[in-house]
Design a protein around this ligand. Sequence first.
Ligand code: SF4
Length: 254
Amino acid sequence: MRDTLLVGGWKAPSLVDVRGRVSFTLWLCGCNLRCPFCHNWKLAEMLPGTCRWAKLDELVEALSGAARLVDVLHVTGGEPLLQPGRLRGLLEASHKLGLGNSINTNCTLPENMEQLLEEKLVDHVATDLKTPFHLLTGLSKSQAARLWGRYLDCLRLLARHGVEVELRIPVPRDIPGYTRLLEESLRQPTEALKGTNWYIVVNPLQGPPAVTPRSPDWCAEHCNPPRTLLEEVAAIAKRYNRKTYTINTPTAGP
Ligand code: SF4
């Protein structure tokens, strides 16, 4: 089974998954978090009909067929680092094809990330800075406090290995004190990422009908933040990193 990956599917070329790059995007199954806004929750929970075992050969063949059209293999999910041993072969094959490797991870599994970093198989990582961490991860406060430390360890590892990091800020609305909490939660990641190339993407949480989140009720209250809030978040983020970009979606409020 080591030459198979539990996948949800793939898409190539994709222009929307890695900022400024064309990607072959692969969705892997399973996740250790329970974010209420998650759009890929069926795949994250491996619901029947959403996932299948794909042989490494099949994935390499698909990647190879798209290689001249894309810059980078982008592995997302779900949480790709739940399958680190199986992922290794695909990342190696991607480098042999001359592509970069990008992973979209919740960064709470630093030991699994470290294995891949030691082998220089990761060039770019996209990860969310979820604030408030326990609310946006769907965990209890005590579970979230433990995982926050692991998240920071993961960022430090990325910096130590010189990996480029896209720090995404998923922006909810109507969370009391949100901008103050964000300001606080940006401090430690900024410190952790010192020494590597990183940038921020402000990402409004989208709700139905654009997407089908895990919790439609939560999303009805907290998705589709107003543009004024996005501007405020971008202004705060720029104080930590001038390379801050905002995703504008049609569902953002006025
Ligand atoms: S948003 Fe990402 S980290 Fe959160 S549950 Fe979904 S796949 Fe997991």
